[in-house]
Each structure stands twice: as C-alpha cells, then as structure tokens.
Design a protein around this ligand. Structure first.
Ligand SMILES: [Zn+2]
Length: 103
C-alpha cells in the first residue's frame, strides 16, 4: 500500500492524520481538509492464518456460523465463502470405496 494512493473518500484530499483505531483494530484516519473520519480499505480485510485455524477448530465444535463471526470478528459473507470453499475442497473419501489404482 503506497502512501501516494491514500486519499480522503469524500474530498480526495491527501492531507489527513491518524485518528486512533476502530473497535476492530483498524487504523482510523481523519481528513484535515473536510474532517471526515475513514478507515482505509475497510472491505479488504485479510484473514490471517491464526484466525483461519481458529475457525477450523470452531467448525469442528459445530459452532454456528453466527457464533464464529462473533468470536473471530470476520464477516458473515467471508465466513460463508470460506466454509463453502473448505467443504468443496475436502476429499469426500469417507463414504467412498477407494478405487484401485494401477494394474
Ligand atoms: Zn476530506
């Protein structure tokens, strides 16, 4: 993320100051020109490996997705996509008779 790309979403000013952090830990900024407070890239939150591992554990505990959202702070949309992707990629070998290879 280059500093030159940072602009106020309201007035496009590049003059702003750090303004503490939001409740979920993201850097908050305040525009010096128009006074708007904003968070950079609020929708592009990267979910770390630690969080993913925690989610995996919670899924094994059969916690409801809404509960996992509350515990980990990820968005419901992200979690739904993550779960869908996860169960799509898990090989469903449990109920399938193994195919013979070779010969
Ligand atoms: Zn502004």
């Amino acid at each position: 993320m280059s500093a030159a790309a940072l602009t106020c979403p309201r007035c496009q000013s590049t003059s702003f100051v750090k303004n503490g952090r939001t409740h979920n830990g993201r850097q908050n900024f305040r525009c010096k020109a128009c006074g708007k407070q904003f968070v950079l890239n609020p929708t592009k939150k990267v979910i770390g490996q630690d969080t993913r591992e925690l989610i995996d554990k919670l899924l094994l505990e059969k916690l409801l997705l809404a509960g996992i959202v509350r515990v980990t702070g990820v968005s419901e949309g992200w979690l739904q996509t993550y779960v869908n992707t996860k169960y799509d990629t898990i090989p469903k070998q449990v109920d399938v008779w193994p195919k013979k290879r070779g010969t």
